[in-house]
Design a protein around this ligand. Structure first.
Ligand code: NAP
Length: 221
């Protein structure tokens, strides 16, 4: 049975992705924040050490956060926290588990980027930096790991109906956003899960190093 590690599996896109993998017969490891706190160096180190003999076939670096502030209002804490969660933690998890994937000569990794790594909007400086950064990780990992049959991609979700979106937008703003999206609605988390699953499945045999934007046409306008 193939084994997948998914971060941020408690809700939103991560939860839908965990459900998709489970329904397709994968063994899903989706640690809670208590088991793996991605902004805590020691927690990541302990988690990697605890699972050092585990062969994960798939890693989905999904957990992320998005604090929106224009440049003068960004705090040091926000910079450090978002960078730790959205960029540094995925690098450390790949570093921790790529060795076993290489031994197995099989692996699939999806890093979750964002529409804000494709187009921009005021207030997204740090978030966009981390999400563009994670695609840099994808680029390098794709070329470094391809000889071992490990495929690495970034999925960039557009506006998706999750707690993150509800926290950052009022219901009126969500209504307004829907009108700006060619598909005339936000995405459901399950729609992201389908794309993530395909990229991580055995059906994907050659697609690597890509940034796949799933935004209902938003960035094409
Ligand atoms: P969400 O509903 O806010 O859920 C975030 C997940 O990350 C939760 O499971 C949360 O766990 C986990 N998490 C946060 N901080 C953590 C930490 N320090 N350690 C471990 N886990 C932590 O997010 P979402 O909307 O599903 O977004 C998922 C991914 O998609 C993120 O990378 C986000 O940037 C990206 N994205 C989302 C949208 C969108 O419209 N929603 C658009 C573009 C990109 P807890 O339950 O413990 O808090």
């Amino acid at each position: 049975m193939r084994k997948v590690l998914i971060t941020g599996g408690s809700r939103g896109i991560g939860k839908a992705t965990a459900e998709k993998f489970r329904s397709c017969g994968y063994e899903v490891e989706a640690p809670t924040r208590q088991e793996l706190n991605l902004t805590d160096k020691a927690s990541i180190a302990a988690y990697v050490e605890k699972h050092r003999d585990t062969y994960f076939d798939v890693i989905v670096n999904n957990a992320g956060s998005n604090d929106i502030h224009e440049i003068e209002d960004i705090t040091d804490e926000e910079i450090e926290q978002m960078t730790a969660l959205n960029l540094i933690a995925p690098i450390k998890l790949i570093r921790g588990f790529a060795g076993k994937m290489k031994e197995n000569r099989y692996g699939r990794i999806v890093n979750i980027g964002s529409i804000w790594a494709v187009v921009s909007k005021p207030g997204r400086c740090v978030y966009s930096a981390t999400k563009n950064g994670i695609h840099g990780v994808t680029n390098t990992m794709a070329v470094e790991l391809a000889p071992y049959n490990i495929l690495v991609n970034t999925v960039c979700p557009g506006f998706t109906m999750t707690e993150m979106t509800k926290k950052n937008n009022t219901p009126e703003q969500i209504e307004e956003l829907s009108r700006e999206i060619p598909m005339q609605r936000l995405a459901e988390p399950g729609e992201m899960a389908e794309v993530i699953y395909f990229l991580c499945s055995e059906q994907n045999t050659y697609l690597t190093g890509q940034k796949i934007t799933v935004d209902g046409g938003f960035s094409e306008k």
